[in-house]
Design a binder for this molecule. Structure first.
Ligand SMILES: NC(=O)c1ccc[n+]([C@@H]2O[C@H](COP(=O)([O-])OP(=O)(O)OC[C@H]3O[C@@H](n4cnc5c(N)ncnc54)[C@H](OP(=O)(O)O)[C@@H]3O)[C@@H](O)[C@H]2O)c1
Length: 331
C-alpha cells in the first residue's frame, strides 16, 4: 500500500471553491480503530457548516482560527485494509459503513473507530450505504423523538417540512413505513418524488404557507427546513403532539441556540417542541441497511460525483436545493 494518498483539504474556513486536492500521509489506525479504503462518501449540510465555520459557535470545538480537521466528509463506506490494536470483530477485506465525527471522508483512506462501523449487506451498493449514517440516522431519531409509530395500533399524522433534502427524503420514507399518514412540504418539482416515497399529500412551501394549514392537524411535525416561527409550528400539532426541530439554522454567531432556548420555554405546557441532536447509532444504521437491502427504503441520490470533482459536490450542497443526497465516489 502506498504511504501517501489524495485528499481534498481546506486549511482555512471558507467556501468550497477553496478546497484543494493534495497528497498527504495515509493515516495509521490507533487503538480501537481500523483503516478504510474509502469507496464512497456522502455529504451533509453539516459538512458545509464545518467548511464555512458557520455558525461561529462551532469554532471553539472544531478549530478556533482554522479547522482542526481540514478534510470534509462524515458519512463513509469503505473496505477494511488495516486493523489497529485492540480491535475485535473487524476483518481485513470487509465492506463497512459508518459516521466520521468531524470529517475525513474526502480522501482515499480514513481511520475510524471500529465500534462505529457496520458491515454492508451484499445487496447494498457502497454509494447507497454511504447515504445512511447521518441522513438516515437523523430521520430515524427524529421520528423516535416524536413518538411516531412507537405505540402499536396508532396511526400518526406527520408533517415533514423540508422533505426533499437528505434528511427529509429518509424521514418521509421511514414515517410511511411506521404506518404514519405523511404530509410533505417541498418544492412542487419534487412533489412526484415525495409521493413515490410515501407522502399522501405535498404542498409547495413557496406557494402554500404553513399558516394555511388547519390547527391541530398533526400528531407530529418534523422540521428539517427551519425558519418558521415556533408558535406557528406548535399550532399545527394536537395538545399531546410533538414538534421536532432537526435543523441547526439560526444566526451567524450562536446558530440554533436561541431558537432552542425559546423552544424550551414554549414547551413548558403541552405541544412539546424538542430540538434533536442526532448521535452515531450503529444499531440504527444496521436496521437502515436491512431496509435498503429489502428495497423498503431507497436512498435518493441527487448526484454522484467522481473524486476529482469533490469540491463541486460541496459547492452544490452549499448552494442548497439538493434533492436527496450528494455522493462522492472514491478514486
Ligand atoms: N439535528 C441534527 O442532529 C441534524 C442532523 C443532520 C442534519 N441536520 C440539519 O438538518 C437540515 C437539513 O439537512 P439536509 O442534509 O436534509 O439538507 P439538504 O439536503 O441540504 O436540504 C435541502 C433541501 O431542503 C429543501 N428546503 C429548503 N428550505 C425549505 C423550506 N422552507 N420548506 C421546504 N423545503 C425546503 C430544499 O428544497 P428546494 O430546492 O425546493 O428549496 C432542498 O431540497 C440542516 O440544517 C442540517 O444541518 C441536523
Amino acid at each position: 500500500m502506498s504511504r501517501t494518498m489524495s485528499a481534498w483539504r481546506r486549511e482555512s474556513y471558507g467556501p468550497a471553491v477553496g478546497m484543494t486536492l493534495e497528497h498527504i500521509a495515509v493515516p495509521v489506525p490507533r487503538r480501537g480503530e481500523v483503516l478504510l479504503r474509502v469507496r464512497a462518501t456522502a455529504l451533509n449540510a453539516g459538512d458545509v457548516r464545518l467548511m464555512l465555520g458557520d455558525p461561529l459557535l462551532v469554532r471553539p470545538v472544531f478549530g478556533l482560527t482554522r479547522p482542526k480537521h481540514p478534510v470534509r466528509g462524515m458519512e463513509v463506506s469503505g473496505t477494511v485494509v488495516a486493523v489497529g490494536p485492540d480491535v475485535v470483530g473487524a476483518e481485513i477485506g470487509e465492506d463497512v459503513v459508518g459516521e466520521l465525527v468531524g470529517g475525513g471522508g474526502l480522501a482515499e483512506y480514513v481511520r475510524v473507530p471500529a465500534s462505529r462501523l457496520v458491515p454492508i449487506p451484499p445487496d447494498v451498493s457502497p454509494e447507497a450505504a454511504a447515504c445512511l449514517p447521518i441522513a438516515g440516522g437523523t430521520a430515524w431519531q427524529a421520528l423516535d423523538l416524536a413518538g411516531v409509530g412507537l405505540a402499536p395500533g396508532t396511526v400518526s399524522r406527520v408533517l415533514v417540512i423540508g422533505a426533499s433534502g437528505g434528511v427529509g427524503t429518509f424521514t418521509v420514507q421511514l414515517a410511511a413505513l411506521r404506518g404514519a399518514e405523511v404530509w410533505a412540504s417541498c418544492g412542487s418539482r419534487n412533489a412526484p418524488l415525495l409521493e413515490r416515497l410515501g407522502a399522501v399529500r405535498t404542498f409547495d412551501h413557496r406557494e402554500s404557507p404553513l399558516s394555511d394549514l388547519p390547527s391541530e392537524r398533526f400528531d407530529a411535525v418534523i422540521d428539517v427546513a427551519g425558519g418558521m416561527p415556533l408558535r406557528e409550528l406548535q399550532r399545527l400539532v394536537v395538545p399531546s403532539g410533538h414538534v421536532v426541530l432537526v435543523t441547526g439554522d439560526g444566526g451567524r454567531v450562536l446558530g440554533p441556540v436561541p431558537r432552542m432556548l425559546r423552544a424550551a420555554v414554549l414547551s413548558l405546557g403541552s405541544r412539546r417542541i424538542r430540538p434533536l441532536a442526532a448521535k452515531p447509532r450503529p444499531e440504527v444504521l444496521a436496521k437502515l441497511l436491512e431496509l435498503v437491502a429489502d428495497g423498503r427504503v431507497v436512498p435518493v441520490i441527487d448526484r454522484a460525483y467522481p473524486f476529482a470533482e469533490a469540491s463541486a459536490a460541496l459547492a452544490q450542497l452549499e448552494a442548497g436545493h439538493t434533492v436527496g443526497k450528494v455522493v462522492v465516489n472514491a478514486p
